[in-house]
Design a protein around this ligand. Structure first.
Ligand SMILES: C[S@@+](CC[C@H](N)C(=O)[O-])C[C@H]1O[C@@H](n2cnc3c(N)ncnc32)[C@H](O)[C@@H]1O
Length: 213
């Protein structure tokens, strides 16, 4: 009886440690590697198919500039017949590594689609806004971001007042984001509110929709 209780206490203790690590920055992967769940990429194309939009946004060519292990790129290529240039700062066994997106000066495709590193989300969006202003062939970009990206005075001043997103597609069901080097069993499910934020050259006002598949 005493033995069973000890095992129970140990298991609870481990759970607590995991919980604390998960919710503290201590546990964050250095370069923010959290692969996108397949469902999120399929939902993007289902609800905003950049292959078939108006001629102005139409493009089968995409740049995934923080491709990780290719979670988004592979689906766009294999399931939607798109051509994806995949780059990342870190070698994760997919695409071209050693490329810091924030240092890039030329676009690799008319669209960017990515789930950026969270701690550099503002910088990634601002970099794409620069491209939109500087490169007339850059048609738009889609980023999988936390829903909370919408808030914040600083972000409003730096990003939304410069150009509001054309579309925000909110996931009604929270997404499970797991560190790329751990599995769900280790962390439990880190469910978070996410949305696809899309900036294109067409819409002037922000359209808000829900992904409720
Ligand atoms: C949240 S993960 C997402 C990976 C992939 N986009 C996906 O959807 O599965 C962010 C990725 O950004 C990469 N990264 C971090 N800083 C970067 C930078 N400055 N330039 C390019 N990639 C970067 C990380 O190595 C990591 O693979």
């Amino acid at each position: 009886m005493y033995k069973i209780n000890l095992i129970y206490v140990q298991a609870k203790l481990l759970e607590c440690i995991k919980f604390i690590l998960y919710h503290c920055n201590m546990s964050r992967e250095k370069d923010d590697f959290y692969p996108t769940p397949d469902y999120a990429t399929h939902s993007f194309i289902k609800h905003y198919d950049i292959r078939e939009g108006s001629p102005h946004v139409w493009s089968k060519d995409v740049w995934e500039p923080a491709c990780g292990d290719g979670a988004i790129s592979k689906i766009l290529e294999k399931d939607y017949d798109m051509r994806v240039v995949s780059t990342d700062l870190v070698d994760r066994g997919y695409g071209q590594s050693g490329i810091d997106f924030l240092m890039e000066t030329k676009i690799q495709a008319p669209w960017v689609v990515t789930n950026p590193p969270y701690k550099l989300a503002n910088e990634f969006v601002m970099k794409c806004l620069d491209f939109m202003e500087q490169e007339q062939h850059f048609n738009g970009f889609a980023m999988l971001l936390r829903l909370a990206f919408l808030e914040g005075q600083g972000r409003h001043d730096k990003i939304f007042s410069r150009k509001a997103p054309s579309k925000v597609m909110v996931f009604s069901k929270r997404l499970t984001m797991i560190r790329g080097d751990h599995d769900e069993a280790w962390y439990g499910s880190g469910k978070m509110a996410f949305a696809w934020f899309i900036w294109d050259r067409i819409e002037k006002d922000t359209v808000l929709t829900w992904i409720n598949d």
